[in-house]
Structure formats: C-alpha cells, structure tokens
Write a protein that binds this ligand. Structure first.
Ligand code: ATP
Ligand code: MG
Length: 485
C-alpha cells in the first residue's frame, strides 16, 4: 500500500462540495475512519466532474445511524448501506466489507448476499477496478492506493482487481461496467480482461435480474458517451444479452439518436432515459405493426398491440418501468399524429405534453433518411417558430394539400378525421397494473375529485368519457423473468 499526497494527485478540498465534507467530518469526530472512494475520487483525478461522492467507513450502518440520527436511513438487503441526508444531498455511506463468511452464491458463483464488515484492505479487494479503489481522506490530504492504481490512471488502463474470470463470475454486471468505464473515460481495457471477455462469458448476464439490467442500461445511455459504447456492446456480444430482439447493428437513426443524447448531456440538458429505448425498439415495433396489419387488424389496434408485444419481449431482458413504457408508447403514437394531424388539432398537438419528445423523434427519423416521415419533421420544426398568423396560413395550406392528396389516394391509412374536436385523445391506453402491490396501491388510491379540464377554450369535466382510459389486460403468461437477486 502506498500513501499518496492528495495535492500531488490534483486533489484539494476546494473541489469538494460541503455535503461530503460534512459527512466525513461527522464520522471522524465520532472516532471512526472515513474516506471518499470510488468514482468521485477517480473522476477528480482525471479532471472530470464527478457525478456524486460515495463515502466508506469502519462504522457499521447502525453506528452511522447513531452519528446522524434522523438524517440517516439504513437500506439494502444484499448490501446493507446507510443513506445520509446532508443538506439537500444524499450520501451513500458504506461500511468496509469483508468477503462473505459462508459464501451465499448462486450455481454460477454469483454472490447473492453478503453483510460482513471487514477491514479497509478487505474492502479494497472487493472493489471492481483499480481506479475505483482509491481511498481519499480529504482532511488528512492523503490517498490510500493499495495496488498502484495511480499508474493505471496515468496509463489510462482499466484493470480489474484479482482474476478477471472470477470477478466476472462473481458479478457479471462487471462486464457492462468494463465497457461503460472504457467508453466514458476513454481507457483501454487490460489484456487479461480482454482474454476472458468472450461471448460465452456474456451468457452469465442471463442470471442478472431484468431490473438491475435496466438500471445498468440507463447508466450506459446517460453517461455522455453512448455513441462510443454502442459498437463496443456489439463487439463484446453484450448487445444480444441486453436487447434480444434488436438487430445488432447501428443504423443511422440509432447513431444520430446516440450522438444527440451525448450532446444534450454535454450541454447540461435533461434527457428522458426511455427515449433511447423508443429509438432502439422502433424497428421491431414497425415490424410487429406490419405483422398485425397483415393479419387484417386496423392500424390503430395493430400499433397498440405491437407496442405492448415489443415492450413485453424487451422486459424479459431489461424490465421497463411503467412510466417509461407509457412514455415509449406515447412517443411512437405521436409519430402517427404528427405525420398526418387533423388540421384543427395542430395547435393542440403542439402543446401536448408528449409533443416535444414525439417531434424530436420524428425529426431524428427524418434526418436519418427515413422518407416515410414525408417531410413532416421539418414542417413541425418551422411551425413552432411561426407567428400566430403564419401558423394559421401554414395550417390552411397544409389542409389544402391534404385534401388534394386525399382526393388522389382516398384510402389513407392512419388518418381518422371523424371528429372535429380540438381535444387530443389519450395517446395510449393504460395497461393493467403488473404486480399485486401495484394493484392494491391502485385500489387504495382515493378517487380523484372531479375537476374541470380546460383546453383550447372548450371545457370538459374530468369525468368525461374522453378522459376515461380503458384498461387493456396484458397477458403476462408469456413473460419469462430471470431470477431476481
Ligand atoms: P459512476 O461514475 O458511474 O458513479 P462509480 O465508480 O462511482 O462510477 P458506482 O456504481 O457509483 O460507480 O459504485 C461506487 C464504487 O463501488 C465503485 O467505484 C466501485 O469501487 C464499487 N462498485 C460498484 N459496483 C461494483 C461491482 N459490481 N463490483 C465491485 N465493486 C463495485
Ligand atoms: Mg458513483
């Protein structure tokens, strides 16, 4: 073990937010050891902006609770952890961990439960990469480096602690982490990792719960280097484990969406992590729509059913939370609405909660060479910048063109201009609650008070049938969930 001077590693307390210093100070004052560890230290050393700071200590979670009282909550089953609220921030405070006493592992060697507190050396050995295993004590101005991690920082190398085969077997998610950090930090992967990172090894990801894989996929999508990691997911055969029904190829559409996501993150714009799923699953969705259309189903029904099918299949790999599922289906449904809107609904559509995401999606499709958008991406793009008068003129021009093209081709597919209402019908019908817990939560919800909903000058009551969403029963029998951890 070597003790490094923090200042020589480019670290200083001035870079640290007060919330993490407060936690370190309170633990130290109570007589415990406390360090900042993990991504926070690594990123600061690399001159990057850390996402957050994690603390580690020799105090047990119960002792941490004694120090922070009501500001602390103990969470976790596999790993018991303390969550400490410091100001408006939440700091994860972990206790030094030892190897599990009696290994509670799965058949493939995966660790399922371990709450054994240990020494700092033991804690170090359990971490994944050398660069994630440096312990920074900001008040003492030192960094404890047990494995010459500083050299890996300098050489930009990702090195697993211990034997890579064993480390991947213990926790196959480390394969995803390898690609994430290699892409995020632009590091090379150590040769001994590359040697064992085979398609057979990636099969172990089948043992990981779809919930955890969804979380990991979100980290991949939102780290700011999605475009760099996508080809790696294909090269290392991780893609097939995460996205079973999506062809392992990066279409122009996917690539543009990835670049767009990275750019948004770079300039600090928010992104909806489900958006990229909508992009990835767009092709399987269209194929499924065609499948139902060929069976003679009407277009709207085919889209609804195709959406449910595609998401249900994806959920066998990475579970998609309900809110994300609804978002994805709404973005897809918006494509039809934006492609041939009823003229009298154009204004209402442009203020719809899902307009922005639907429009971004449409424009991305168009810019990637998808001619089926018929230039409507650009049309909406200009529409938004127009004055009220210009908008009116644009709508009447659109109306005339639409009437002309309808006369030419009277059997339009997706246009259903029956009503003259300016209300937008719900984009998707809500599905039935998935779990028993969700169902009982739904039952126990107090009835919503009847409110007046105002839109475009016309008022409708909140109990109006237009706002009542019909529940579609999902057939969950075909969903195969992996074992949860
Ligand atoms: P990020 O910038 O994504 O937060 P991070 O390195 O901080 O990166 P976390 O998932 O926040 O990653 O984990 C914090 C630390 O916990 C890691 O740096 C690593 O030391 C340890 N760790 C996390 N996941 C694992 C794992 N699967 N196996 C071993 N150690 C892990
Ligand atoms: Mg972290």
């Amino acid at each position: 073990m070597q003790t490094l001077h923090a200042s020589k590693c480019g670290l200083s307390t001035a870079q640290l937010p007060s919330y993490i210093l407060d936690v370190i100070d309170a633990l130290t004052k109570a007589g415990f050891e406390a360090y900042i560890v993990g991504g926070g230290v690594r990123d600061l050393m690399l001159g990057l902006n850390p996402k957050d700071f994690d603390a580690v200590t020799n105090a047990t979670p119960a002792q941490v609770k004694e120090v922070f009282g009501r500001r602390c909550r103990i969470i976790g089953r596999r790993f018991e952890l303390a969550h400490v609220y410091s100001g408006r921030e939440l700091v994860e405070v972990a206790t030094f961990r030892a190897p599990p006493k009696k290994a509670v592992t799965s058949a493939s060697g995966m660790i399922l439960r371990d709450n054994n507190w240990g020494t700092i050396e033991q804690d170090f050995a359990r971490r994944d990469f050398s660069i994630n295993a440096m312990y920074y004590q900001p008040r003492k101005g030192i960094v404890l480096d047990f494995c010459h991690a500083i050299d890996d920082i300098k050489n930009k190398t990702l090195r697993l602690l211990g034997d890579p085969t064993l480390r991947f077997e213990e926790d196959p998610v480390r394969m995803l982490r390898t690609l994430r950090f290699a892409a995020k930090l632009n590091f090379s992967i150590a040769p001994d990792i590359l040697e064992v990172f085979t398609p057979e090894m990636t099969q172990l990801l089948r043992d990981i719960s779809p919930h955890r894989l969804y979380d990991e996929s979100q980290k991949l999508f939102t780290m700011g280097h999605l475009n760099r990691v996508l080809p790696m997911l294909i090269d290392f055969d991780i893609w097939r484990q995460l996205f079973a029904d999506i062809d392992p190829e990066i279409s122009t559409f996917i690539e543009r969406a990835a670049i767009n996501t990275d750019q948004r993150i770079q300039i600090g714009k928010t992104i909806n992590p489900a958006f990229f799923y909508a992009v990835l699953l767009w092709k399987p969705f269209l194929e499924r729509c065609e499948f139902y259309a060929n069976k003679g189903m009407v277009a709207a029904e085919a889209r609804a059913q195709a959406g449910l099918d595609v998401l249900k299949r994806q959920a066998t790999r990475t579970i998609i939370p309900r809110f994300a599922e609804t978002f994805i289906r709404e973005v897809w449904e918006m494509q039809t609405r934006l492609l041939s809107p009823k003229p009298q609904q154009i204004q209402a559509l442009s203020t719809h909660a899902r307009f922005r995401a639907g429009f971004d999606f449409l424009l991305l499709r168009e810019k990637s060479g998808d001619q089926s958008t018929q230039g409507m991406g650009t049309w909406w793009d200009s529409y938004q910048l127009m004055s009220t008068d210009e908008k009116e003129r644009a709508i009447s021009q659109y109306n005339r063109q639409r009437a002309k093209s309808r006369r030419k081709a009277p059997t339009g597919d997706v246009v259903e201009a029956k009503s003259v209402s300016v209300e937008i019908e719900p984009l998707v019908k809500e599905t039935a609650p998935r779990s028993r817990r969700e169902r009982s939560r739904d039952r126990s919800k107090p009835e919503r008070p009847v409110q007046m909903v105002t839109s475009g000058g016309s008022e409708i009551r909140a109990d109006h049938p237009i706002l009542k969403r019909k529940r579609v029963k999902r057939d969950l029998n075909q969903v195969v969930f992996g074992p949860t951890q």
